[in-house]
Ligand binder design. Sequence first.
Ligand code: PLV
Length: 324
Amino acid sequence: MAGSEPELHIKTPLLESIPMTKIAGCPVYIKCDNMQPTASFKIRGIGNRCKKALEAGYTRIISSSGGNAGYAAAYAARQLGMPAIVVVPESTPKFMADKIRDLGANVIVHGKVWDYANQHALQLAEEDPSAVVIHPFDHPDVWEGHETMILEIQNQLHGKKPDVVVTCVGGGGLLCGVVQGLQRVGWSDVPVVAMETFGAESFNAAVKAGKLVTLPDITSVAKSLGSLRVTERCLTLNKEHNILSGVVTDQRAIDACLHLLDDHRILVEPACGAAASAVYSDVLGELKAEGKLPKKLGCVVVVVCGGGAINLQQLLKFKEACNL
Ligand code: PLV
């Protein structure tokens, strides 16, 4: 991990969710990374990456992000005293771009989806050797930073070992961090359920094809899961670790967001709803029935990854659009 400066992320609560426990029939813990100062887990990995870049002599930050990674990069840059440019695609909500701007970053809107924003960020960095491009999910420092979530969970469970960890997958940075973290704490045998929504299922497509697949478009409302292609590292880890891919409809992801709000007063993006739907829509039950998970689970951990690109009005719009 990067050296001298204070951590940019905080240690977040791990809470037993009684409503989820009732559904799953075993203790379900939620790791509340929605409580990070940037409203998502992203600051763990992006913060680590930015600190290491500063130590390596870079003085400026250029982030390409659909939202939360850019928000985390802008926050990290502000804390570290580095100027930042954040290139966001047109799909990023205006209120999210404004939030990033409010942290002092220069926001540039470029391209329909993230991949085009990223190309523009790389081009800008070519013109400025003092600038480092902070990729939202494809870098070892990002994965290393995300690993801290599992180290915390290990402490918070006081010697108990989870039977399964549930997370979601966009470009796969979070998944890589979770799996690497499990390996680091000696929990290499703990399966990971990797959730996506239809229309953003780039990991599921890659697992099925046995190689990286580039989706033609992102049609899911879970825009934070909307990277057309996952990092290669996900596929490498998929060979070493028991990762079970699950895909749900937008409706199920939104339904889970509504449940999280009612059950825990937690407002999160559909990306996070996708992970929570593994319990609320009983994807875990389906995996048990298929023999992919043990019939009796002793302890489940669900990563509540958070997400700042949501407000109540937007969630209610999604609810209506999904006929919920
Ligand atoms: N969001 C990326 C990619 O967006 C970004 O640039 O912010 N949950 C939330 C709330 C997220 O914001 C993201 C990533 C993920 C999950 C997925 O994380 P990943 O990409 O590491 O799998 C297009």
